[in-house]
Structure formats: structure tokens, C-alpha cells
Design a protein around this ligand. Structure first.
Ligand code: GA4
Length: 325
């Protein structure tokens, strides 16, 4: 919920390695403008003072950690990820790998069978459903502020796709190993947990325990410069996805990011990917096409985009294949 205050609207631009922070308790107009600026410059920002209750987050983290603490053979019963389910080291179907184990779930469907033993199945599902419900609401609130900030007439243009009961949204739990600096796993330092990529969906909301590892590729610093994102377990980190870049005709940028194994402690991130229904058409919104910014992407369905993305490597700049000619 956005609390209305009487502070005057100020615009903020971001430079260098500063991560934009959006305070959702500030005046609506401020939040709208700052979200647009952050999405244009970085495609990434941190949200504080959101309305997701601590206990919803804490329960999600607890069941996630409990899952990863299980013996490998038990976790493997929920795998191999295809693409949903438990996966270890292998990411996607085309040979990408990383120092990570994960659980990938559909946000609208039943959990894959055998994720956890029978007696915990109901509790696990309830916790996931409650978390997904809250985080989806936050995603929609952000998307509506964004649409207002962009001056769109239909302020639910983006959020409607995520609220749709057929929305193809996902929840991913990533568990990254720690390294012991006195031991031979010293060579894990700086190893890639999850390689460079952009998220394909509309919007991503990520939170993690207080362990570092996430990095974003900053477009406003020298080419190829990785900016570490300081962990903040109370906040959510928001990424613009490829579908939002396409709908805004390239005005908002889908941020390239990666996760490194750089810490003495294990890191767990919980990531909600807000995606459109499979049959939804993704096209640049007419208001985003101007003489200064002519049409950049052709129309495509989410199902067509997904098919393409699963045929490519993780780091592929897949949106380029959908350029308007
Ligand atoms: C990256 C973002 C999400 O984690 C994900 C990933 C998906 C997968 O792990 O199944 C993909 C990857 C992601 C993009 C390219 C393809 C598909 C692995 C891969 C190599 C769940 C998603 O939606 O796209």
C-alpha cells in the first residue's frame, strides 16, 4: 500500500554503482517517477517499506531451507527439473551450468509430486501459496505505479497479465553453496552460481537471506561493469523482464544480472517471475511508439517467446530476435 504524504515531487537520476531504492511509503507521485527512472536507467531497483508481512517471508524462507537441507536422494525425487522441479548445477536444456541447486515451481499450478514427503506437502503448499499471493500483489502494485509513471491511459496494462488466472508466473528457490576460505574449495571464490542473463518475463521480485552474491550489469558505468547488490533480507529487488522491455518498446530495459558464489555462508534467494498467460500477445504499447522511438519489436505470443527462449542458451540476448523489421 502506498501511503500518501505531502512532500513535493522530486526527480532522481541514478549514477554509477548506486542501486535505486524505492520507498513504497512515500507519496505515490514520487514512487511512480522514481520507478520509471530506475527502470529506464537500470531495469533494477530495491523496494523498501512494502506491505508483505514478515511472517509470510519468514515461513517461505524456513520451508525453503528445510527442503535444501534434505538428503540429495530425497531432493532428487522432485527432479530432474524439466523445466519445473528440483535441479542441481544444470540450468535449462542447453548445457548451462552453475554452482546452484534449485526448485522451480509454477505459481498457479499444483506442486510437482514428491517435492517433499507426504506429511509436509500440505504445509509446504500453503506457505508457497501465501507467499506467491503476497508477492504477486506487490508486483501488481509496482506495475500499476509504473504504468501511471509512464502516463499510460490503461494503468492495468501490465498488472492485468500477472493477475490473470492463467498467468504463467513461476517461483524459484535458488540455493548457493558457501566456500570455506581455509580449504581447497577456495577455488569456488568468485565462481558463477547462476550465469549472466536477463529474465524473460514481465517483472521479477527477488529476496534473499542476508548473504551477498547478486550482481547487475550496469548500463550507466563502463561497458561490462558488474555492480554487486548489497543484500537486504527485508527488501525486495525488482528486475524489468524482456516482456516489459518489449511492451514499453525498449524504453524500460531488462537488466542483465548474475549470482556469484562469493561468501562464507550459503545463500538462498526466493524469486517470483511474473509472466503473462501463454496465449497473451506481447506488443509495444501504441503510446510507447513515437517518432523519436519508432516501433522496435514485432508482436509475439508469450508461448512463442518461451519456445524460443528454451531453444537458446541462458545468456542469449533473445529479445533481439523479435526486432520489428
Ligand atoms: C532465466 C530466468 C528464470 O530463472 C527461468 C530460467 C529458465 C529455466 O531455468 O528453466 C531458463 C532461463 C530462465 C532463460 C533461458 C532458458 C530458460 C533456462 C534457459 C537456459 C525459470 C526463466 O523463465 O528463464
Amino acid at each position: 500500500m502506498v501511503v500518501v504524504s505531502t512532500t513535493p515531487v522530486q526527480s532522481k537520476r541514478y549514477i554509477g554503482t548506486e542501486i535505486p531504492v524505492i520507498d513504497l511509503s512515500c507519496r505515490r507521485e514520487i514512487a511512480q517517477e522514481e520507478i520509471v527512472n530506475a527502470c529506464e536507467e537500470y531495469g533494477f531497483f530495491k523496494v523498501i517499506n512494502h506491505a508483505i508481512p514478515n511472517d509470510v517471508v519468514a515461513k517461505m524462507e524456513a520451508v525453503g531451507l528445510e527442503f535444501f537441507a534434505k538428503p540429495v536422494t530425497e531432493k532428487q525425487q522432485a527432479g530432474p527439473a524439466n523445466p519445473l522441479g528440483y535441479g542441481c548445477k544444470s540450468i535449462g536444456p542447453n548445457g548451462d551450468t552453475g554452482e546452484v541447486e534449485y526448485l522451480l515451481l509454477h505459481a498457479n499450478q499444483q506442486l510437482p509430486a514428491k517435492i517433499i514427503c507426504e506429511e509436509n506437502q500440505i504445509e509446504f503448499s500453503c506457505v508457497v501459496m501465501e507467499y506467491v499471493g503476497s508477492v504477486k500483489e506487490l508486483a501488481c502494485e509496482i506495475l500499476e505505479l509504473l504504468a501511471q509513471g509512464l502516463g499510460l491511459e490503461d494503468t492495468e496494462t501490465f498488472s492485468r497479465l500477472i493477475r490473470d488466472i492463467e498467468s504463467d508466473s513461476l517461483l524459484r528457490l535458488n540455493h548457493y553453496p558457501s566456500y570455506n576460505c581455509n580449504k581447497e574449495d577456495n577455488n569456488k571464490v568468485g565462481r558463477v552460481g547462476f550465469g549472466e542473463h536477463s529474465d524473460p518475463q514481465i517483472i521479477t521480485l527477488l529476496r534473499s537471506n542476508g548473504v551477498a552474491g547478486l550482481q547487475i550489469l550496469s548500463p550507466s558505468t563502463d561497458a561490462g561493469s558488474w555492480v554487486p547488490v548489497p543484500p537486504d533480507p527485508a527488501a525486495f529487488f525488482v528486475n524489468v523482464g524482456d516482456a516489459l522491455q518489449a511492451m514499453t518498446n525498449g524504453r524500460l530495459v531488462s537488466v542483465r544480472h548474475r549470482a556469484m558464489v562469493t561468501s562464507y555462508a550459503t545463500r538462498m534467494s526466493t524469486v517470483f517471475f511474473g509472466g503473462p498467460p501463454l496465449h497473451a500477445w506481447i506488443s509495444p504499447i501504441p503510446e510507447m511508439i513515437t517518432t523519436q522511438r519508432p516501433r522496435r519489436y514485432r508482436s509475439f505470443t508469450w508461448s512463442e517467446f518461451k519456445k524460443m527462449m528454451y531453444s537458446l542458451r541462458l545468456g542469449h540476448n533473445r529479445l533481439e530476435l523479435f526486432r520489428f523489421k
